[in-house]
Design a protein. Sequence first.
Lengths: 178, 178, 178, 178
Amino acid sequence: MSDMTETTPGWLTTDDLEQARARMPILYVEAVPVRVDDSGELTSVGLLLRMGSGGTVSRTLVSGRVLHHERVRDALMRNLEKDLGPVALPRIPAAPQPFTVAEYFPTQGITPYHDPRQHAVSLAYVVPVTGDCRPRQDALDLVWFSPQDAVSEAVQSEMPGGHGVLLKQALAHLGCAV
Amino acid sequence: MSDMTETTPGWLTTDDLEQARARMPILYVEAVPVRVDDSGELTSVGLLLRMGSGGTVSRTLVSGRVLHHERVRDALMRNLEKDLGPVALPRIPAAPQPFTVAEYFPTQGITPYHDPRQHAVSLAYVVPVTGDCRPRQDALDLVWFSPQDAVSEAVQSEMPGGHGVLLKQALAHLGCAV
Amino acid sequence: MSDMTETTPGWLTTDDLEQARARMPILYVEAVPVRVDDSGELTSVGLLLRMGSGGTVSRTLVSGRVLHHERVRDALMRNLEKDLGPVALPRIPAAPQPFTVAEYFPTQGITPYHDPRQHAVSLAYVVPVTGDCRPRQDALDLVWFSPQDAVSEAVQSEMPGGHGVLLKQALAHLGCAV
Amino acid sequence: MSDMTETTPGWLTTDDLEQARARMPILYVEAVPVRVDDSGELTSVGLLLRMGSGGTVSRTLVSGRVLHHERVRDALMRNLEKDLGPVALPRIPAAPQPFTVAEYFPTQGITPYHDPRQHAVSLAYVVPVTGDCRPRQDALDLVWFSPQDAVSEAVQSEMPGGHGVLLKQALAHLGCAV
């Protein structure tokens, strides 16, 4: 998952977050940005291109923490805007039911998901976006892939920590052959 | 459910449909038209006002048959356009998973749903609409209700055949208090 | 929600929990215990009878925190055993998709759910149980209700904090008339 | 899908079924039989081994038509018993919401699913079974696979018509890496 240190006053300091991470699961939301046609059918999937600490390049989904006193749908909005910019025009789902719950453990092998920093539990949603996406923060770019390309080995190999698995689950939920 | 006789050439004649109805379940789609705010939260629910054969007035959801060789999402599009007009701008769900499956039996009491004409099995979806709704066909009007008003006894009593139950299930799926 | 202070060594102290509650959403699981017949159809719903601090009696669902490094399904198991005893034989869902996500805010009116102690986000599941339920901890009893009785005003009035709403959402998800 | 001609008196004759198949979508249910552990986690997937008309061997899921005046859950029960025998002890889902809806078209390429005989629309469910499975009818055997083996190319190549895709979608819904 992307680095989640929030700098908004009143939220957790980095120290507080470190402490919390050692003691309880941290709640996240994740969004798979998609383009759909008029009949709602998936046409392409958006993946963020990020530069890792060691110069490695990886592709990720939109993700971030749910803050104290923040609704899940507001956390989705905020993280989509953080990662896709202010004019992406995301269509936040009307229903709170996620397509899956991804559990990231600091220990590998318990689930398909892994986050060395923490135990994170992530509510995952598919979010159609209709506007212009202009990645901000630490993302280099947002690239749109056909569903077929998105599940190719080349792309999957650039999605560590189980994000490739989560992407495939999203596509399966949408009725795609994965 | 609304009267479903399709007059498009190549589809079932009324006789064929009568025959099929006596022999197998008929596949329907149903859509609950909703307005949502920018965060995806439900603000109002649209109900069609129909005049029944005996002069009785009832409120219904958008519904109609899935035709031979028609995708479920195309059946949703077609029936939404039939009932809400060409500029309702419905957002057909990206995923095929319905929020429920409503089973209408010609015999009362087997399920909460009842259709004296047939055994119909209906895939039910919530569909946000953003454009202008201009009911066509046999509907008199489309009226937008707050979630609270939509589940009031007055409105529920005008939704026979289990449509009131289906509406409540849709609202429950959206996280509303019903 | 029931009082969640965990006394297992190695988990949060009461102080730590208080501190975390003021700073981030706390992840919960909730289970609606049900009896089903051979065809999977709901026959009754189990509600825990609890004595509140002021001597008031309330009815609740099974609920509890997800602990650090604990899978959601293990949290479900642990909390079901805590509330229903060791021989309830719950059938934990195979899929991680909850039927809804209930967001309890310390402030009233943001969602239908309210918890004065904390911001809790709860993954809600329906869990068929087939064994004997022997409530432990602070629950006085587990009482089985027909779906009709469970949504009656009498029972709903004994389910504060939005638990009555969540119960209705569970029944709606199961296809019941609520 | 397996051959669906029903011989029960009172249902469709083969001629009637042929006629209906040319005119409207036929409603099916499909079940992915699974073994789960006490925490509900998937351990293995059951696939039926069938001998095709040309002597080819294929692997399929449990599937069959929904009959006139039959509930979806009763159709699931009947088809599970037909394919797995009388003591498989399937746990029919309590909720009517399928994990997906698979649309089989007689024309290839419209969806990932294909059935040369008909336009079939199939409600797909994951069904844990706890008893002994003794395939009947035209199935040679039921073989249990680990999730990893079930999505291997060897097994997938034996699942024509999109059944391999549906199996992967089921596993994705269960939180597996596919």
